[in-house]
Write a protein that binds this ligand. Structure first.
Ligand code: 3NM
Length: 216
């Protein structure tokens, strides 16, 4: 597979679901499948927190999630864990600023998708130089899903990155709901990334559909 081109990456970022097994109150694979049916365009397995899966159970969960994503033609990414991403032949990884540097991961993962969390223009420019395919800008709004989140910068962060010349595909993340997603897109993001707006929704498929309708 050749490296993803920018136009296609922007499409993938439209409605990005990030989730681990602890981010929902029932079978996470069912939640994922309903979300995929509702129109999620990219998925990241982010297995963190107390009671999260490890070892062979995590590996099996990752494989099952990858299979499901591929049934819906949706790329499957893994958060942080390059070794797991390689072991399950994921379509890519998402890296935080404290994880293994993107340039190093690029040399290990070839043409797979690499995303990097960015909080400033400097970090966005560094991500591009390191060979990242997209940046995740956050948090847009207060979030309860990431305990060590940076201070909220709001959609203004995306606006600043665009005004500063950052042209890489960008997705906003953090506290995004149907009520505030438009602000993130209007600021210049290619898409929105959510955990709770879908994972804790009573009806994940309908939640994803509602978010998709904003993206049109
Ligand atoms: N990263 P929710 S905020 C995983 O700011 C993650 O980089 C963030 O969850 C960042 O949609 C966040 O429930 C949590 O707020 C997003």
């Amino acid at each position: 597979m050749p490296r993803v081109d920018i136009g296609r990456m922007r499409e993938h970022l439209r409605l990005y679901l990030v989730m681990g097994s602890v981010n929902c109150g029932r079978d996470p694979l069912m939640v994922l499948e309903e979300a995929l049916q509702g129109g999620v365009t990219l998925f990241q397995l982010r297995e963190k927190g107390a009671d999260c899966l490890t070892g062979s159970r995590l590996h099996e969960f990752a494989q099952a999630a990858r299979r499901l994503c591929h049934q819906y033609d949706v790329p499957f990414l893994v958060n942080d864990d390059v070794q797991l991403a390689l072991a399950v032949d994921a379509d890519g990884v998402h890296l935080g600023q404290d994880d293994e540097p993107a340039a190093h991961v690029r040399s290990r993962m070839g043409d797979k998708i690499i995303g990097v969390s960015v909080h400033s223009l400097t970090e966005a420019e560094q991500a591009v130089r390191a060979g990242a395919d997209y940046g995740g800008a956050g948090p847009m709004f207060p979030t309860r899903s990431k305990l060590d989140a940076h201070p909220v910068q709001g959609p203004e962060l995306v606006r600043r990155l665009r005004a500063g010349g950052a042209s890489l595909p960008l997705v906003g993340i953090g506290g995004i709901t149907v009520d505030n997603a438009t602000n993130v897109l209007q600021a210049g993001a290619d898409g929105i990334a959510v955990i709770s707006a879908i994972s804790w929704a009573e009806a994940p498929r309908e939640a994803a559909q509602s978010l998709r309708s904003i993206l049109k």
